[in-house]
Design a protein around this ligand. Sequence first.
Ligand code: IMP
Length: 203
Amino acid sequence: MRLPRGSLLVVASHNQGKVREIKALLGPHGIEPVSAGDLKLPEPEETGLTFIANAELKARAAADASGHPALADDSGLWVDALEGAPGIYSARWAGPAKDFRIAMARIEKELKEKGATDFSAKFVCALSIAMPHGEIKSFEGEVHGHLSFPPRGDRGFGYDPIFVPKGWDQTFAEIDPQTKNDMSHRAHAFTKLLHSGIFTESL
Ligand code: IMP
């Protein structure tokens, strides 16, 4: 699988926060990103039971529907004391209004109800890249840290205001976006994708 500079790549996400971060990661590689939202592609139902299964399902649907290579991200927050919840259901915990204040409050409440003292958590990201009706490859990255309440910061998206990466005092929503981009679960998965040699100067 090879994507030479100038290739068009569909970013198979309707989440503006993710699309922004993925576009920033792709920028230096001469790839022309276009989002699934801009192409008005339908959003497939996430029926997979793992991050990789869901990323593959989204990349496959976007590549086949658009006729272009497609990159999908499935990611989420894994809270150790909640046995990995919200995990693959991270977006769904925010409800139809996608209100992450509700999702963050639910995590805090469930940790309190359990009497949890260990607030360890990680973000996980699976990236899948699919060719139309062809090959598919997947890569997974993680960033470890802990949760902190109440939520702090207004940058980033989703659960960023409660996630403090290891070695930092600030939450992902307080850290400047470029620094987050350099250390995030998405960046780690993206580094694996780059090392696979998919983005090359020529075919
Ligand atoms: P999905 O991959 O579209 O199912 O959604 C994953 C959800 O996980 C997002 O809607 C966010 O709530 C959360 N998430 C994934 N990556 C991040 C991140 O970098 N920061 C904060 N929340 C994230």
